[in-house]
Design a binder for this molecule. Structure first.
Ligand code: 6PG
Length: 475
């Protein structure tokens, strides 16, 4: 048994991860349900390094040096459970099973407990960066026991993306923490994509700009604070011309966004935790709205009552959109990090948010220059309760608040939907407010359901006899 790590499930992500391990000098055991994929990996990419192919799961496991490290890269869900069930009787105490798929973290918690009972380590790990990242260096978010990370960490750090020589991989926390953080990463990815889409729509509708022109604006933005993978690919996509029609490619793509579910999970979990992740939620619902075909067909008759949009200073408008995009983006991250903090506190995960920002700087879909600033913010104050209130971000976002308000107001006046821009601004004004109208909500609740309220001038919980003489009593 000489393989240092094994990969089972050789669809594109598994294949590329296996190649990445091999390219870093590891002897890699490879296995797939149908042998054809294993054979073609070795035939096509044998010169990447040292592969040990096996037809059966038993031979695959036998080819691994102990403690065995088996990476499962299959479709999240039932397939993962089936592979685990096959592996359990073949493995021995101390072996490490790594699930690198987009698993839902409650499943990871269940599997971790199950494998622990067998004396095995289970590492649920987020892997971001798509096919390209898997091959050339992804961002890796491993959970599980600290002990398993001692064995596994160096290998994963080795194959991960590097930024300034620092690996985009670190131990996240126990059981489901790695997959949880990957889930929130994807939620932020949804928000980021929606915000970019709204910026594109504003430029298109406000300026009547072509895809080509908007692509140039994004390319310009990518030179500044907004520099990121998603802005870069947006510029690239907008410049692309459809071969068949000769039109801009985006103009021939159907406007219905799909999803595989990680954004939905993020929002569901945030509701359970009571954390307002409005940017991610609006982004997820915006995808749902785009796919609400009967409603959209029926909705075409709705009156707009909006005027013709005339923008006199194009350059100023473009700069306003840029500032609004940046500010809304900070809100989405601020909310996502709140969710990580809340789950970490509830489940005892002890997640270091600054470290998460650090491993998202490279390799992953949301990689961006400004993640450096987020890491710095949490280094300044590891207990930071609101990322927006870090002095750097307070100043940066503060400079754009006027622009943000103008953009949201103009969008509303001109009938352009900007759910993520608008809700992010509402969140900003909400957390900033000295006093929110929640006082009235509490009074109403007490009125119709004796749900009680607290007072601003003394401690305690109170109830007013609304139907009687309206005296107040301690509840
Ligand atoms: C990544 C991506 C990856 C995948 C998303 C797409 O980090 O590499 O997030 O996980 O592309 O799951 O999600 P939707 O299909 O839901 O848009």
């Amino acid at each position: 048994a000489r393989a240092q790590i094994g990969v089972t499930g050789l669809a594109v992500m598994g294949r590329n991860l296996a190649r990445n391990f091999a390219r870093h000098g590891y002897t890699v055991a490879v296995h797939n349900r149908s042998y054809a994929k294993t054979a073609s990996l070795v035939a096509d990419h044998g010169d990447d390094g040292d592969f040990v192919p096996s037809e059966s799961m038993a031979d695959f496991v036998a080819s691994l040096a102990r403690p065995r490290k088996v990476v499962i890269m299959v479709k999240a869900g039932a397939a993962t459970d089936a592979v685990i069930a096959e592996l359990i009787p073949l493995l021995e105490e101390g072996d490490i099973v790594i699930d690198a798929g987009n698993a839902h973290f409650p499943d990871t918690r269940r599997r971790e407990a199950e494998l622990k009972a067998h004396g095995l380590h289970f590492v649920g790990t987020g892997v971001s960066g798509g096919e390209e990242g898997a091959l050339n260096g992804p961002s890796i978010m491993p959970g599980g026991s600290p002990e398993s990370y001692e064995w596994l960490g160096p290998i994963l750090e080795d194959i991960s993306a590097k930024v300034d020589g620092v690996p985009c991989c670190t131990y996240v926390g126990p059981d489901g923490a790695g997959h949880f953080v990957k889930m929130v990463h994807n939620g932020i990815e949804y928000a980021d994509m929606q915000l970019i889409a709204e910026a594109y729509d504003l430029l298109k509708q406000g300026l009547g700009a072509s895809a080509q022109e908007i692509g140039e604006i994004f390319a310009e933005w990518n030179k500044g604070d907004l520099e990121s993978f998603l802005i870069e690919i947006t510029a690239d996509v907008l410049a692309h011309v459809d071969a068949e029609t000769g039109n801009a490619f985006v103009d021939v793509v159907l406007d219905r966004a799909e999803q595989k579910g990680t954004g939905r999970w993020t929002v569901q979990n945030a509701l359970d935790l009571g954390v307002p992740i409005t940017g991610i939620a609006e982004a997820t619902f915006a995808r749902a709205l785009s796919g609400s075909v009967p409603q959209r067909e029926a909705g075409r008759v709705l009156p707009a009552e909006s005027g013709a949009w005339e923008i006199s200073d194009r350059a100023a408008f473009i700069e306003d959109v840029r500032l609004a995009l940046y500010a809304s983006k900070v809100v989405a991250y601020s909310q996502g990090f709140d969710q990580i903090a809340a789950a970490s506190a509830e489940l005892g995960w002890n997640i270091d948010r600054g470290a998460m920002a650090r491993i998202w700087r490279g390799g992953c879909i949301i990689r961006a220059r400004f993640l450096n600033r987020i890491t710095e913010a949490y280094e300044r104050n590891p207990e930071l309760s609101l990322l927006l209130a870090d002095p750097y971000f307070t100043e940066q976002v503060g400079q754009g608040v006027g622009a943000w308000r103008r953009i949201v107001a103009q969008a509303a006046l001109n009938g352009v939907p900007t759910p993520a821009f608008s809700s992010s601004l509402a969140y900003y004004d909400g957390v900033r407010a000295e006093r929110l109208p929640a006082n009235l909500i509490q009074a109403q609740r007490d009125f119709f359901g004796a749900h009680t309220y607290q007072r601003i001038d003394k401690d305690g919980v109170f109830h007013t006899e609304w139907t009687g003489d309206r005296t107040e009593s301690d509840a």
